[in-house]
Design a protein around this ligand. Sequence first.
Ligand code: M6R
Length: 611
Amino acid sequence: MCGIVGYVGSKNAAPIIVDGLRKLEYRGYDSAGIAIHDGKSIEIVRTLGKLVKLSDALEKRTLLGSTGIGHTRWATHGRPSEINAHPHSAGPIAVVHNGIIENHVAVRQELEGQGVKFLSDTDTEIVAHLIQRELVQGAPNLFEATRRSLLRVVGAYAIAVVSRDEPGVIVAARNGSPLVVGVGEDEMLCGSDIPALLAHTRQMLFLEDGDVVELKAKGYRIETVAGEKVERKVKRIDWSAVQAEKSGFKHFMLKEIHEQPDCIEATLRGRIDLAGGDVYAAEIGVTPELARGLRRIYFVACGTSHHAAMAGRYWVEKLARVPAVVDLASEVRYRDPVFFADDLVVAISQSGETVDTLFAVKAARAAGAKVLAISNVVDSAIPRLADGALYTHAGPEIGVASTKCFTAQLAALLMLSVYLGRRRETLSKERAQEVLQALWETPSHMRDVLGDADYMHVIAKKLTHAKDVLFLGRGLGFPIALEGALKLKEISYAHAEGYAAGEMKHGPIALIDDQMPIIVVAPHDELFEKTASNVQEVLARGGKVIMMSDAAGIASFPGRTLATIRLPDCDPFVAPILYAVPLQLLAYYTAVHKGTDVDQPRNLAKSVTVE
Ligand code: M6R
């Protein structure tokens, strides 16, 4: 978590860095800071709270200079405070850092033994002192001092460093935390994620773990921490800067909810063969041989991506008849699960950098399994480690609560399931055509749902004062119920639980009283009658039901509901993609009614790069 940005060139660096940090605020927002080199000295400003506090401080104290680094923080070591905010300094050095340095206690004790005085509680401060020590001990420049210092550092980091004694230079490095370098015209940038740099360049290179880079206005050089010169390919990024703006919407989350039809179209385009009832092998990240030979699919993911994985299991079992398991990536690392060499491990991660998912992938690979990554961020850590990648083309997702990446993941997983079913000859061409056609029509149905967003605004009022909300679903409706509950929890802070409808009578039904709203995900499919009778049991105990179904489901449901949400008719296989949308809107408008911070909910960060 945390976001870092660096700029070196001829322009005034501070506004560029603050603007870049704004694009990274989703990564953490409890404090922020900036260090600017004016050619002679370095000035540092740090503030507690969101980035706007830093902007306000910079209005009062203008920093001029064309080299600088900045940071937006999600506290790990040391509570949020101005003292613990980055940059951290030691003598001429200022450092910003994203990640966790595991051996910081031992290094700190060693440095304290040599008389170093620490000012913060952070793990980061040791880096500044190590670099200063290397310079005192004779390292010829900042690059070399940083490289040598990093030999002492164990853990995850992306850092950017400036030195008072070397104007016009930034040294940056990564190991385990993301760092992108932007190659501009007579200017260079670095940052934790692409959107931070997009306003300045689309030419970017992705550092590998263990890379150290020296950035100057006119160029750069890269070495490994071990001192070996390396080249990294510059790539053109096709995201646009506008995609990372709110474009007239009140919040990024609302904009991203509305972008979903386009994101799904972009994810499907060029990959599916509607007439042939198939998916192109070159586009899916799994070879036909692997598709035919695999014995089990093992999904690993966290949070929203885990809910997508649950739908993925349902689809691959049904369409490709492959046994499948779904595991929380955070549970994999220390449980020592059994992976087989003929497993296909599907790691789903919007950001591609969630540390738990990354470790699960490492464990799977170590056991000889093949890994497919489903991610929205090209060249991020998880796809880089995987044997194949299937990218969702949802564009940058800035709202901390994932929306468009979730439905794009679902579209990718259904596409993958069709591909596997066709290779394994468990799915007829005709049924594949039907499923793919339904998938292709989903964006149009979504646009109808989004056209009714005002209705969700009204229904959300009924949830505003609810302390607890239940979400129920069966089959493919169950992961959507879980996701609906997660969205509501994350942004409105209401306590919400998702349950498999059939589980109600095994315990949770005890919770129901006449204060409890229960939102039911129930397309009129083969499971509808079962779900409907679970809902009757809830109604009999006074529960206030909000029923989501299609025309047939709503017409045939006999009970009295608090409200109904009618969705377009669709193939039950694509229903989860569609039914996710009203639940996102419901969570969004509930949060708006309650006045919570929708895009940056308390205590959260979008990319979870710590355990
Ligand atoms: O980037 P990832 O998909 O790996 O992230 C996983 C979770 O951290 C993420 O889905 C989280 O639950 C979101 N805040 C959900 O809205």
